[in-house]
Design a protein around this ligand. Sequence first.
Ligand SMILES: [Zn+2]
Length: 442
Amino acid sequence: MLTIKRVATVVSNYQEDEIVKGSLGCGRRCLSSCCLPVSKLPLYLFKKDGDLPIENGVVESYEDVSEISFLHNLLLGQWDDRMNRGLFRYDVSSCETKIIPGQHGFIAQLNEGRHTKKRPTEFRIDQVLQPFDENKFNFKKIGQEEVLFMVEQSIDHKSHFVVNAPIDKISPSPNVVAINVSPIEYGHVLLIPRVLDCFPQRIDHESFQLAMHMAKEAADPFFRLGYNSLGAFATINHLHFQAYYLAAPFPVEKAEKQIIAVDKGQSPQGVSVSELLNYPVRALVFEGGRSIRDLSDTVANSLVFLQNNDIPFNVLISDCGKKIYLFPQCFAERQALGKVSQEILKAQVNPAVWEICGHLVLKNRVDFDEACEAYAWKLLAEVSLSEERFQEVKAYVLEAAGLCEVDVENNYMIIGELVQNYEPTTPQVTAPQLPPDCLVQQ
Ligand SMILES: [Zn+2]
């Protein structure tokens, strides 16, 4: 059995409670079946896939829909409210951030507040699927004040918002969006699908599609969702995605890529897959499709294959759900086998999805001050599968997704579309460059 010791990041203020309380009438306004079904929470309903909104019988184009930014405002407004109520463990806006000089523009953040005094927990890293354990920390134990809102699919053709929705009338097991009390950026939240169903950390088609809908309706390319499988630095075995605003492109979003596969089935959906070029972590990028569902299901097929075959992975949902980055990874395995260099390990960076995408959260001042591109590259290179293994995994992934490799001789290059005026700045400085209805109210 391969295991690794890891200090779990504290994502909820209830995580460090050592006392496990009874499951009935706990009086804490928690997310368990004792309190949740009898509570009311704000509710956001997103449009059904492929639906155009209908206003007075007139179908509007997607561009005109005023509700699109509603989710954005809701999320950040609620997040700010929780910050004012002092629910976070530290003020993330005071964390220093810098762009590491060099070609790729890796972003380093000094985050001393994420430290925890907890004893490290031992994780199995050779099993991507592990059963849900009621006795370990899970999101049913968090308080309702950490929840920003519930999110469900609308039954009509529009998005809706209900300030105080009775949960028992909405769903026996709602999808909730909660704060991460150890944020690494502005608006850092957790999306927890069907919280009472106690899903372990594993992808299913419906949950992945929910994350895609959230990316689309937030309608801001600076808002991304991420997923870490077990064995790839997920530290809580209760299904969740993370998301936050970073007012800059991630280095991975600027990396060049090359189309390697398309769907050529009976009824092609226009999904394509590219391979990243000149990036330290080998990765696949999925895009296209006629609807969210086309792209979402194609990716989910691949992810389900990976987890069923114990291949740990990280996923970034980028560009409002139009691009999905998939990183099969082997850092934890290499670490457990003693193959990662001490130089890399001493900074204790956990290369989860955000780090892999180029946003490095460093725990101490020396590493932050000395961070250089060569270090970032070396760290991320330890995450990547070898070329040989990557080609093997790629073939499986494409088969699971029902895609055919294209003739790379006749290839063409796609340059990242987000590369624009990328200035090294702290969040405070970037704020004025944002669209007027946008984030970072500090
Ligand atoms: Zn309760």
